[in-house]
Design a protein around this ligand. Structure first.
Ligand SMILES: [Zn+2]
Length: 227
C-alpha cells in the first residue's frame, strides 16, 4: 500500500538534515514507533500496579491468585521497563554514531518518564544519521517494544489506533493521524497525531472527533459502518 509522502529531503555531506527539511522514508517508521511508544507509556504506568486477573487462565477457568513473582501486571511492568531501557540504549548508540563521547552528551539520563520521552524524541531526531545496519537494529528494537506493549491485555483491548494514511495532520502536515478504535474495533472518533514537527518535536495534536478535522472522511466511516 502506498502512502502520500512529503518531498524527499536532501542530505548534507555528513548526513544531517538541514534546517527546514523534514524526515521521510524509513525514518518515518522510527518516528511513528517512537510516537506510539510515547503514547503507550502513561497507559502502561496505569496498568503496571493492577494485577491482570485474566492472565494465565485457561478458557472457562478463573485466573490463578497472584502467586506471580511480580506484584501487579507483570506484562505491563516488563513492557514498561523495556521501553525505559531501550529508549536510553538506542539514544546512546545513535549519539555515539553521531560522534558523541563520554562524558558529555552521552551522560546517562535519569529514570523518569520525562527522560524516556526525551530519549524517544532524541532517537527520532538522530535516526537520519544511522546507516542501514544501525537503522535496522533501531527499528527492530522499537518494534519489539511495541509488540510487548500491545501484548498487555488491557492495552490490546482498550487502545487500538488505526492509521489514517490518506490525510495530512492539520497541525504538523505529516501523515501520522490515527483514529482510536473501541473494543469491537469500531472507530470511536477520537483522533490523534503520532507524527513530529519539523523541529523534531512530537506533534501530539488530538481531536475529540474525526468530523472536527476531516468531515468527509467521518461521513465515509459512518457509511462504512452502516453498509
Ligand atoms: Zn501532527
Amino acid at each position: 500500500m502506498s502512502r502520500p509522502r512529503r518531498a524527499s529531503p536532501s542530505r548534507t555531506a555528513c548526513g544531517v538534515l538541514t534546517a527546514g527539511e523534514t524526515l521521510t522514508g524509513p525514518a518515518d517508521l522510527v518516528q511513528e514507533a517512537c510516537g506510539l511508544l510515547a503514547a503507550y507509556l502513561p497507559r502502561l504506568e496505569r496498568e503496571a500496579p493492577v494485577p491482570d486477573e485474566t492472565a494465565f487462565a485457561a478458557p472457562g477457568m478463573t485466573a490463578r491468585p497472584p502467586a506471580a513473582p511480580l506484584p501487579g501486571n507483570a506484562a505491563a511492568i516488563y513492557a514498561l521497563t523495556s521501553i525505559h531501557a531501550t529508549a536510553r540504549q538506542l539514544e546512546g548508540v545513535l549519539k555515539y554514531a553521531a560522534g558523541a563521547r563520554r562524558p558529555g552528551p552521552l551522560a546517562v539520563r535519569g529514570g523518569s518518564d520525562a527522560n524516556t520521552l526525551g530519549a524517544l524524541d532524541a532517537i527520532t531526531a538522530l535516526i537520519g544519521i544511522a546507516g542501514d545496519d544501525l537503522y535496522r537494529m533501531v527499528i527492530t528494537e522499537l518494534e519489539q517494544r511495541l509488540d510487548e506493549a500491545r501484548s498487555v491485555r488491557a492495552i490490546d483491548e482498550a487502545e487500538q489506533w488505526r492509521p489514517v494514511r490518506s490525510r495530512a495532520c492539520p497541525s504538523c502536515g505529516c501523515y501520522f493521524l490515527r483514529v482510536l478504535l473501541d473494543a469491537a474495533a469500531r472507530p470511536t472518533g477520537r483522533i490523534a497525531c503520532f507524527g513530529h514537527r519539523e523541529s523534531g518535536a512530537p506533534c501530539r495534536a488530538a481531536w475529540p472527533g474525526l468530523a472536527d478535522i476531516i468531515p468527509d472522511l467521518a461521513r465515509a466511516e459512518t457509511a462504512d459502518m452502516e453498509g
